[in-house]
Write a protein that binds this ligand. Structure first.
Ligand code: DGL
Length: 265
């Protein structure tokens, strides 16, 4: 019986939040998780450089491994690379974009969008708001600080609630629903709830992505669903605090973190 393997891509550990949803829904699907930590944070990267790097890294894995589907588990990349990537790679590519529509449907007071500095400026995001915010006020908050906090948390460093409160202050009292528009942020869900209060609903795209992946892989379901999945992880340069980070990956069932540099970008 052959395995079904997907490639998941992010700038760092954020895609892990999406991986957890996919693993819960499709425990028989194997995964290669690749992150471009050399160019982290993507929320502050020049767009053309971002496009070149994502194309090159994704192509490398699709060409060297038997990959059935790609998940770009990064809002900052998805809002800019998806159409270009689909021109070059013929297997299905699933992207992650801010969940403005479901958030606006649930909100009566106002929607907060917490994302990277790049995502809040992208035309794609503004289009989503124009089409799906249904006239609701959307307060946008672009922050790399929260991305760093999530990276630290997966290396065993506790989240400083006071700093988190400072970043989230503009949303306090003005929104009843907040979109976690960066895949790093569901990793801070508990802490964000502590700061914003349980009355604010937090929405991310992880579950919707896992349903989309299930739909796209359904033909393989009968033949592959009794397989035991395996999880590999690669990054583009030596990660900070590698051994602490390895603990988090091991806990999720991943093998040893391997370095795969990006070439010619
Ligand atoms: N996890 C990413 C996202 O969903 C990118 C974070 C970053 O590298 O700035 O946007």
């Amino acid at each position: 019986m052959s395995e079904t393997r997907i490639l998941m891509f992010d700038s760092g550990v954020g895609g892990i939040s999406v991986f957890k949803d996919i693993k819960a829904r499709l425990p028989w699907v194997s995964c290669t998780y690749a992150f471009d930590n050399e160019a982290y944070p993507y929320g502050e990267l020049e767009p053309n450089q971002l496009i070149r790097r994502v194309e090159s890294y994704v192509k490398h894995f699709v060409e060297t491994q038997d990959i059935a589907l790609v998940v770009i588990a990064c809002n900052t990349a998805s809002t800019i690379v998806l159409s270009k990537l689909r021109e070059k790679i013929t297997i299905p590519i699933v992207g992650v974009v801010p969940a403005i529509k479901p958030a606006s449907q649930r909100s009566s007071q106002g929607v907060g969008l917490i994302a990277t500095p790049a995502t809040v400026t992208r035309e794609y995001t503004h289009e989503l708001i124009r089409h799906f915010a249904y006239g609701k006020d959307v307060v946008m908050l672009g922050t790399t600080k929260l991305v760093d906090m999530a990276e630290q948390k997966l290396r065993g460093v506790p989240v400083d609630l006071e700093s988190l409160e400072k970043v989230l202050r503009p949303l306090k009292g003005s929104v009843d629903v907040a979109v976690l528009g960066c895949t790093h942020f569901p990793l801070l869900r508990d802490e964000i709830y502590q700061v914003l209060g349980e009355g604010v609903v937090l929405i991310d795209s992880g579950d919707a992505i896992s349903r989309r992946v299930e739909f796209l892989l359904q033909d393989r379901f009968l033949s592959d669903s009794r397989n035991k999945a395996s999880y590999d992880v690669y990054c583009s340069t030596e990660p900070h605090h590698k051994s602490a980070l390895q603990l988090s990956f091991t806990e999720l069932g991943f093998s040893e973190i391997k370095i795969q540099p990006l070439k010619d970008v």
